[in-house]
Design a protein around this ligand. Structure first.
Ligand code: FAD
Length: 474
């Protein structure tokens, strides 16, 4: 019976364990699976906390159901009825520009305009900027699928103003990255393909919307009574519903907490896994679901070249600050789900989500909870430099500037993510190809998780399933 050790109990490691256990049954095989997690809890960056009657998300607050793997995993774990759609009656994104909040013009998909009138009427973009965006229809296509920075791609196709006011805060913001060195090919390959296929992103996006399949989800069908799907989905009791359900599914015998892995040692067949506490465990396969820089530490003893490749992946640090106000104290309008702040505005926060408006079950009805993002693509030093009281004070000052909100915070909590998000910089895909080639010499080591082929929860679950399937079919 092959023994598989999974290092890291974040969503990638947990999804792999679920898939291995469930998949082995389906393949009529037996496998021994053990997840080693250095912390006292599973979930990794999925961190939901309950404080009195508040539900706080320190890390991700949602997932994209378009990436079907998360929904399929949730359904497999019997979580259909736990899924939570966003309150789309309040939907909308606002962009802070020149002392005002402007709605993202209707029809702008990520950064590509698909409707003329809303863009024409918008006060967010100047007339020269709008004309430049319209000129996209006539910009010739590039002939090759070469990588370039998001900044270069957007400026070339849609102009500088679209980059600074829409693409940077919206598109680079998702990756907490700087558009000047963020790889468009590894983060939004769809745009590159659209240019190659349709020449114009505007035409390509309109065609894609027309041809969008009605049912985007594959896998097990929804149970009767399961909620409708919105663009972003969460869970009624928070994102850790998913990680807790995975943990329960794999069972206590397949999980060891407080188990930090120090190093791997290749044997004639399989590996010895050395733990910080001196324990040594044998494995036929090792799946490393810890960040690439932790994987590098485990590997450097027997392959410094591979460790070097892992260490070339750069990371950004960010913080989320959840702040609670009394509803009656919030006398300014909170429109949409929140706002984003372009880097050119020089503010100290990147974005804010009105958590208790976007989602139900987050705070009592007589309150409003706002979650603010700091660091990442801009002013990353604040994540290191400000202690919690200073960070909260700064966030309140910024909410006053952006919204005119002068209310007193009834509660606030800061979550910091040092080296929390990998930056997929230009050339990332090429580096992944080199990494895959190096890994071909180690068929029993499998690297999964946000460091490599997608940062979203759906991407992590997908990588976990692909790697598990490879083991099961091997
Ligand atoms: C603030 C923030 C907001 C986000 N929002 C969203 C969102 O809304 N939607 C979305 O889809 N994605 C979001 N993401 C991204 C997403 O949450 C992460 O990419 C994903 O959860 C990463 O999962 P993972 O399993 O790859 O890594 P992790 O969650 O980092 O898990 C890795 C695990 O490995 C363990 N580990 C590390 N070293 C060792 C060792 N030596 N021995 C044993 N264990 C070890 C760690 O303790 C950790 O538990 C967000 C990320 C952040 C930081």
């Amino acid at each position: 019976m092959p023994k598989i050790i999974i290092i890291g109990g974040g969503i990638a490691g947990l999804a792999a364990a679920v898939h291995l256990k469930a998949g082995a049954k389906a393949h009529g095989k037996t496998v021994e699976v053990l997840v080693l997690e250095k912390n006292t809890r599973t979930g990794g960056k999925i961190l939901t906390e309950r404080v009195n009657d508040l539900l706080l998300e320190g890390g991700p607050d949602s997932f994209l159901p378009e990436k079907v793997w998360t929904v399929n995993l949730a359904r497999h774990l019997g979580l259909d009825k736990e899924l939570l759609p966003s309150n789309d009656e309040f939907k909308g994104t606002f962009i802070y520009s020149q002392n005002e909040l402007h709605p993202l013009p209707e029809g702008v998909m990520l950064m590509v305009p698909t409707m003329f009138m809303p863009l024409a009427k918008s006060k967010l973009i100047t007339w020269p900027g709008k004309l430049r965006m319209g000129m996209e229809l006539f910009v010739p296509r590039r002939k090759t699928r070469e990588d370039e920075s998001l900044a270069s791609f957007v400026t070339r196709r849609l102009g500088r103003e679209c980059l600074e006011k829409i693409a940077e805060p919206l598109v680079a913001g998702i990756h907490t990255s700087n558009p000047d060195n963020m790889s468009v090919l590894s983060t939004f390959p769809r745009f590159v393909d659209m240019e190659l296929k349709s020449r114009s992103l505007v035409l390509g996006m309109i065609a894609a919307m027309k041809n969008r399949p009605l049912a985007t989800l594959s896998g097990p069908p929804p149970k009767p009574g399961a909620p409708r799907m919105t663009y972003f989905m969460s869970f009624k009791n928070g994102m850790d519903t998913l990680s807790r359900a995975c943990t329960e599914f794999i069972g206590p015998h397949s999980l060891r907490l407080n188990a930090a892995v120090k190093a791997l040692e290749p044997k004639s067949s399989g590996y010895l896994v050395h733990l910080n506490d001196g324990a040594r465990l044998e494995a036929d396969h090792v799946m490393i679901a810890a960040p690439a820089y932790d994987a590098a530490e485990m590997i450097k003893g027997f392959d410094s070249n591979l460790a070097g490749q892992l260490n070339r992946i750069e990371w950004s640090s960010s913080a989320t600050v959840s702040i609670l106000f009394r509803r009656e104290d919030v006398t300014v309008p909170l429109r949409g789900f929140g706002f984003i702040v372009p880097r050119v505005e020089g503010r100290r926060i990147n974005a804010a989500t009105y958590s208790s408006i976007k989602w139900s079950h987050r705070s009592p009805d007589d309150s409003v909870m706002i979650r603010v993002f700091v660091g990442g693509g801009h002013h990353e030093e604040l994540v290191h430099d400000l202690d919690d009281p200073a960070m909260i004070k700064m966030v309140l000052e910024e909410l006053d500037v952006v919204l005119g909100l002068k209310a007193e915070a009834k509660f606030a909590k800061v979550y910091r993510w040092f080296r929390g998000m990998p930056k997929y910089t230009v050339g990332h895909l090429d580096r992944m190809t080199v990494l895959d080639r190096t890994l071909a010499s180690y068929p029993d080591i499998h690297l999964i998780g946000c460091s490599y082929k997608g940062i979203g929860i759906g991407d992590c679950v997908h990588q976990a399933q692909v790697a598990s399937e490879r083991i099961l079919q091997g």
